[in-house]
Design a protein around this ligand. Structure first.
Ligand code: GRF
Length: 224
């Protein structure tokens, strides 16, 4: 018996919280965001568009990619967002890679850094440079299915409810404070691609909200 009789009609995604908390009145300064991406970059684009609609009142001022041929880079060019390539293959260590990232983010004077499909494990160097200021999006309802291929893990486990989590980053993989989650049903006949697509639609909704919540925790205005 499926969890929902006709889930596509009833439930495209549950999201918590439904409304962001009240923010202090904006002092007119917009939040400066950097995004890190390794591949497609659909979350980067969704966040950039949300910021351009003032939800949150922020600007994506920098995209950093680690793969020269990634689609995220093309999206940045189309959207007019400055993009820097920091290729991990040219760095002697994880620490050196993260030191280069920190330098780029400090130079761009960003308030928050968003890991949107960054397929490298980050080190203490990055986490400590941006305490409480590093947000990640992960395609599972954490703390279930941490690490690689969370969608495959969910399908293999046979769960009826999957989803995504936007959270603050600490030194453990996919383990920092949860900011926002969205749940989606796993439908009869779902495969990796169909479930991933359903989850991604929710990622695109919750990531901008998570950025707003992360900013508000720091007392930074992020409402338009
Ligand atoms: C997303 O599913 C995200 O949860 C995971 O990597 C994927 C990135 O997708 N960390 P995109 O590059 O934003 O399209």
């Amino acid at each position: 018996m499926p969890a929902f009789a006709d889930p596509s009609q009833q439930l495209d995604g549950f999201q918590w919280p439904l409304q962001p908390p009240e923010a202090p009145p904006s002092a007119g300064r917009r939040l400066r965001l950097a995004v890190m991406a390794s591949g497609e970059g659909s979350n980067f684009e969704a966040l950039t568009q949300a910021c351009r609609a003032d939800r949150p009142a922020a600007d994506v001022v920098l995209l950093v990619v680690n793969n020269p041929g990634c689609a995220a880079r093309e999206r940045a060019s189309r959207l007019g967002v400055p993009c820097r390539l920091i290729d991990h293959r040219l760095q002697p260590s994880r620490d050196a890679l993260d030191a280069a990232l920190v330098e780029a983010f400090q130079e761009a004077q960003v308030d928050l850094v968003v890991m949107a499909g960054w397929m490298r494990i980050v080190t203490r160097r990055l986490v400590e440079a941006f305490p409480e200021r590093l947000v990640n999006i992960h395609p599972s309802l954490l703390p279930s299915f941490r690490g690689m291929d969370a969608v495959g893990q969910a399908l293999a486990a046979g769960v009826r409810l999957a989803g995504c989590t936007a959270h603050l980053v600490n030194e453990q993989v996919d383990a920092g404070r949860i900011l926002v989650q969205a749940a989606v049903p796993v439908l009869e006949g779902d495969d990796h691609a169909s479930l991933s697509a359903r989850i991604q639609r929710q990622e695109h909704r919750i990531l901008p909200l998570a950025v707003q919540l992360a900013a508000e925790r720091l007392g930074l205005p992020a409402q338009g």
